[in-house]
Design a binder for this molecule. Sequence first.
Ligand code: SAH
Ligand code: SF4
Ligand code: F3S
Length: 463
Amino acid sequence: MNKIIKNTFVENFVENHGREPRVSITTFGCQMNEHDSEIVMGLLNERGYTQIDDRDAADVAILNTCSVRENADKRFFGTLGQLKKLKEKNPSFVTCVCGCMMQQQHIIDKLKTSYPWVDVIVGTHNIHTLPDLIDNLIEEKQRQMEILPEAVEIIEELPSQRLFKHKALVNIMYGCNNFCTYCIVPYTRGRERSRAPEHIVQEIRKLVEDGVVEVMLLGQNVNSYRGYGEDGVWEFPRLLEEINQIEGLERIRFMTSHPKDMSDDLISSFRKLNKLSKYVHLPVQAGSDRVLKKMNRRYKVSDYLALIDKLRKTVPEITISTDIIVGFPGETEEDFEGTLALVERVRYDSAFTFLYSIRKDTPAEKFREQVEESIKHERFNRLVDAVNKISAEKNREYVGRTFSVLVDGFSKTSNMALTGRTDGFKLINFPVPNGLDGEKLIGKVLDVEVTEAKTFSLEGKLV
Ligand code: SAH
Ligand code: SF4
Ligand code: F3S
């Protein structure tokens, strides 16, 4: 346990600087990582820190790391280098690092030997102790580090500083038991733990009272949710059913589902539950049985295709996205053509494509026959071309149709246009109609007619 020190960082800072400390957080990872950042900011906010986006103007900088691919690791160390310069200019500047990379010994060793100026290091299982660790810095005047090998308990009722007023990320479970051979997540996030259904429902009720209309239920593998309720075990469809009844909530989404746990019950939830978005992210990873087996995905191509058919038969308008890895060890041209064939057969609305990246201490690290970089890239480009062509074609089918869109905010490029998502998670931009205040439309569900299709988004007009 951390010591609770009376002389907190904030009090000390205010005394010396005449203002509250400014904190910036940079998130490198997935939505769970994003939500962890929201919680850290919620906790710091309670203690009197002010959040700012500009890292250069911060007094405390937090880097919330991801380790899923080498690229994420590299970006982290690059950013850490930039922070060193800030520290040289201002020795009282505080640098904190947290998230998935911190659960790996080789990273900790590297931080210890080469980054002595990092002040606070905290792992994924006890991220809520970060504010205490910053406080401890004042008394102990030395680096604070706390990493737990496994989660001890699920901490409830943590505050969260949401990115959006009208939508929220809600964790329903933590960790992963699947051990896909390429993946680091089971090592950085530990074993699966589901939150109690009552806690989840209560959290969402509170969020709705606070103006939230859409929740994204989060977990590495949400469809293996098993929460212990007062009346026994709840599986995922039952949890969805209960959430669907929350008055004032308009949309429910979830991420990510594993194909091996996509039950008939869950598929029929898409039909039965009026608030459940007709959208599913169902990572396939590869279109070759041989590769899937080596990945330890526990389904065959035919199982996956049967699931897609069942989903489309039950919910014809469902939109589907996926994740695909190219260049897994031992992937042959024939295996890769299987992936292309699968993409052509399923016709995804969108697909996230990744070059296989060796992760230290995973089983696939030891697999011989790593695919040559040039071949990986060549296959990757062919896959991206196929995926994008289909996305564009699918988007064109939307032109002329009207969808209800939850407005998220102003578009990235203009404050005369708004951006939002359809029920099927398609990104759509549309101009603010003359005479209307765009700001007031944020968080509303509006009918928007699609006027133009692009590869990754739609253009529309309010009807
Ligand atoms: N739990 C989710 C996704 C977790 S990570 C699932 O099982 O689908 C998100 C995506 O990153 C994965 O779906 C996979 O496509 C990709 N990924 C994970 N490890 C990777 C690696 N070592 N190299 C390349 N991509 C990887
Ligand atoms: Fe990684 Fe597989 Fe778990 Fe997803 S299901 S987090 S890819 S081990
Ligand atoms: Fe990255 Fe950890 Fe998420 S490794 S993808 S931040 S669970």
